[in-house]
Design a protein around this ligand. Structure first.
Ligand SMILES: Nc1ncnc2c1ncn2[C@@H]1O[C@H](COP(=O)(O)OP(=O)(O)O)[C@@H](O)[C@H]1O
Ligand SMILES: [Mg+2]
Length: 292
């Protein structure tokens, strides 16, 4: 019973400006913040804070020790993150104007230079009780999904950032596809007809989430908890990490949806991504207050 996560590790550089620069223009930022990001790292933090044994697989540059330390502080096993001398750690340059409009540049760096041989070696230790998480920000997705499926493990793929060719290639090895509403629309129009997976996890922002079991046709719906949103970045990753951890701990679908929805609701009340993902104690207290 462990969660393995082949995922991106990014440094988010956030610059606050009055307005976004025009081409050729230089502007000084008013404020700068640096944080842990990447869909992969966020999902690992969420799964670990949810209480699951979580092993991150991926790659970073040789420096940036604080990034791995922060993952470790959240309870993530980072021994499967390779440190590459010839690559920089993945990062995002995020420009935010006064109205929270943004322009973002992402450099994948080491996230796209993961050794597939190392992945296969690591994943050979998976058991049928384990879960592999994947998103579309690293290389090696198909090799990893195949290796996990061969071991009989549950494979959960976040089709994000959405790419039709990527999801098509990995889908034969996937049990659960996780998507937000926009990604689900792109998938349904790109792959009409039956999908070769067991279930679809579809999140709809403030509208809630649903799980469609494709083997029984059963649909589980989970409304969102009412909160005042501050920053919705990372809501989906918090949801997916918590959902996977709950299933790993033996929860049923309805229970996993409720826990994940509470965790994501708490996340959107806080600024930031990886660092803003709530702990299990915080989520349990939030749920207890709802039913009180
Ligand atoms: N405004 C909100 N209020 C409460 N919960 C929210 C809100 N926005 C997102 N969530 C929670 O986060 C989940 C994922 O959000 P969503 O926007 O669908 O994903 P993504 O971050 O991938 O775009 C939702 O299903 C919901 O549980
Ligand atoms: Mg969204």
């Amino acid at each position: 019973m462990a969660i393995w996560n082949l995922g991106s590790v990014n440094i988010d550089h956030v610059y606050h400006l009055d307005r976004l620069p025009h081409p050729g223009e230089t502007l000084a930022a008013q404020r700068y913040a640096q944080g842990l990001g990447g869909k992969g790292a966020n999902q690992s933090v969420a799964a670990a804070r949810a209480g699951a044994v979580t092993r991150h697989l991926g790659a970073m540059g040789a420096g940036d020790a604080w990034v791995a330390a922060r993952l470790q502080d959240s309870g993530v096993d980072v021994s499967g993150i390779a440190r590459l001398d010839d690559q920089v750690t993945g990062h995002a340059i995020i420009l935010l104007d006064r109205d929270a409009e943004n322009s973002i540049v992402i450099h994948p760096g080491a996230n796209r230079a993961v050794s597939e041989a190392a992945l296969s070696d690591a994943l050979a230790a998976m058991t049928p009780a384990d879960t592999l998480l994947l998103q579309n920000e690293t290389n090696g997705q198909v090799a990893a999904a195949r290796a996990a499926a061969v071991q009989g493990a549950r494979v959960i793929y976040s089709a994000a950032p959405f790419d039709l060719d990527a999801v098509r290639a990995v889908m034969p090895h996937v049990a659960i596809l996780a998507m937000n509403e926009g990604e689900a629309e792109q998938l349904f129009s790109g792959v009409p007809g039956d999908l070769p997976v067991q279930g679809l996890l579809i999140t709809r922002g403030a509208e809630g989430a649903e799980y469609r079991c494709l083997t029984t046709g059963q649909v589980f719906s989970q409304p969102s908890f009412k909160v005042s949103p501050v920053d919705t970045t990372g809501a989906g990753d918090t949801f997916t990490g918590y959902f996977a951890a709950a299933l790993d701990q033996g929860a049923d679908i309805a229970g996993a949806l409720r826990l994940a929805s509470a965790a994501a609701a708490l996340k959107v009340t806080r600024a930031g991504t990886g660092d803003a993902i709530p702990t299990r104690a915080e989520v349990d207290a939030f749920l207890a207050a709802q039913s009180a």
